[in-house]
Design a protein around this ligand. Structure first.
Ligand code: NDP
Length: 451
């Protein structure tokens, strides 16, 4: 359940309408409320946003597609999943946002992610609108052939809604390079076009861009680096926790280590490992990226490491926490534990990983708190760089692309920091990200008329 706190005058009605129109979609309500809570001062400065009902319009997706995904498993049994694509806002560019394959996927989850994506994409400064999609398909335990058949069936419906100038999906939970390959292959087959720019996160050698795989994790670390810099501090020597052990977690760990921090724990949905000597990332990559095994197996290779089945990673003392698994993984109690144990910075690689109660704890404690909307925008920003390279038939070097990613993340930090200051909330990146993202979208919506 989302908690009820008073919303600024005039905005409460819009929020109630969202609740009434989208019953039972708790995560979507939570994401909307978190943005609306920041917008009171914006409507004072820009009364035209209220007159033109920008808030009400931005909360309603431009288009929502829900479809059947039939496929056959290896025993020739018919399976049926549900597919989604919520095309939320295209005022800044073609719809852009990942696809998530996870059994917890529902319309409300996709809407929360799509809503966040609008403002995140605006913060990157790139010409991309906001969308999200996915399916309640569970890739765990499926064979290679089953994954391929599912992806082909999923794309057989989705392709008609996509296009490099229309909607450009990427990966998210359960969708990595392998799945993007199968999805792209089916799109190509259905359309008879080699339209590289229709999906991002592609493999290097068939339209993919260097640094895309690393971008979300690296970018989140850059954001934390910038938050600490403002406080006259750095990542060097800091003890860190990173939840998850998927794409975002792995490259968060990699960049933290590169900048001199020590990551001592990571996790999956079954438990977490502690390695006081510092996580052996080559081992994690081998287990997760190559062999697709569970993080528990790590302890079998590093004798001094411990695996805590069903444990809570946030109970471990640290100075920097980077949630990189899923939504609402840090609640108010976890946040209080982190702060009590000496945590001074939180950078969200995952989307909405902290509950509203947890966010309040971080803000009240005055620690450096980088919300996902800003901190994990490096992934989609680098997807936009992949689109640029596809459009110009070019391929940039790793160093050049990483420098661009660093510039974009440093720019997002500056924008969110300065916007928070301008609106009287110094150091509050939640307010800074929500307001800066919203104003950019709202101004474009005004310019384009009643759409
Ligand atoms: P992956 O599928 O590569 O990895 C997800 C990781 O999180 C796995 O270790 C998984 O464990 C764990 N996890 C997933 N669901 C749960 C759950 N319900 N409870 C506990 N652990 C869970 O996904 P990504 O790394 O791509 O995504 C991680 C987060 O980052 C998501 O919130 C995503 O929206 C966000 N994000 C991703 C971007 C990207 O570029 N990929 C861009 C911006 C944000 P298990 O294997 O046990 O399920």
């Amino acid at each position: 359940m989302t908690t009820r706190a008073a919303l600024p005058e005039g905005i409460e009605a819009a929020y109630q309408q969202v609740q009434a129109r989208n019953p039972g979609e708790e995560e979507f309500h939570q994401a909307v409320k978190e943005v609306l809570e920041s917008l009171g001062p914006v409507l004072v400065k820009y009364p035209e946003f209220a007159h033109q009902k920008i808030i009400q319009r931005v909360c309603e997706p431009e288009r929502q597609v829900i479809f059947r995904v039939p496929w056959q498993d290896d025993r020739c049994e018919i399976q049926i999943n549900r597919g989604f694509r919520v095309q939320f806002n295209s005022v800044l560019g073609p719809y852009k946002g990942g696809l998530r394959f996870h059994p917890s996927v529902s319309l409300g989850i996709i809407k929360f992610l799509g809503f966040e994506q609008i403002f995140k994409n605006a913060l990157t400064g790139m010409p991309i609108g906001g969308a999200k999609g996915g399916s309640d398909f569970d890739p765990k335990g499926k064979s290679e052939h089953e994954i391929m058949r599912f992806c082909q069936s999923f794309m057989t419906e989705l392709y008609r809604h996509l296009g490099e100038y229309t909607d450009v999906p990427a990966g998210d939970i359960g969708v990595g390079g392998r799945e993007i390959g199968y999805l792209f292959g089916q799109y190509k087959r259905l359309t008879s076009r080699y339209e590289s720019g229709v999906l991002t996160g592609k493999g290097i050698g068939w339209g993919g861009a260097l640094v895309r795989k690393e971008a979300t994790g690296y970018g989140a670390v850059y954001f934390v680096r910038e938050m600490l810099k403002v406080r006259g501090d750095s990542l060097a020597g800091k003890t860190c926790l990173v939840s998850g052990s998927g794409n975002v977690a792995i490259y968060t760990i990699e960049k933290l280590a590169e900048l001199g921090a020590k990551v001592i724990a990571c996790s999956d949905s079954n438990g977490f490992i502690i390695d006081e000597k510092g996580i052996d990332l080559d081992l994690v990559k081998q287990l997760k990226e190559v062999e697709r095994r569970r993080i528990a197996d790590y302890a079998g290779y590093r004798k001094h490491a411990r695996y805590i089945a069903g444990g809570n990673i946030w109970d471990t003392p640290c100075q920097v926490a980077m949630p990189s698994a899923t939504q609402n993984e840090i609640n108010g109690h976890d946040a209080a534990t982190l702060v009590r144990n000496g945590c001074i910075a939180v950078g969200e690689g995952a989307n909405m990983p902290t509950t509203p109660e947890g966010v309040r704890v971080f803000l009240d404690a005055g620690i450096a708190y980088g919300p996902g909307k800003a901190a994990n925008a490096g992934g989609v920003a680098t997807s936009a760089l992949e689109m640029q390279q596809n459009a110009s038939r070019d391929a940039w070097s790793f160093e050049f692309t990483e420098r661009k990613l660093d510039e974009i993340m440093t720019g997002i930090h500056t924008t969110t920091y300065e916007t928070a200051e301008e609106f009287g909330a110094r150091g509050n990146y939640v307010v800074g990200a929500n307001i800066a993202g919203f104003i950019k979208v709202a101004k474009a919506m005004l310019a384009l008329g009643l759409i």
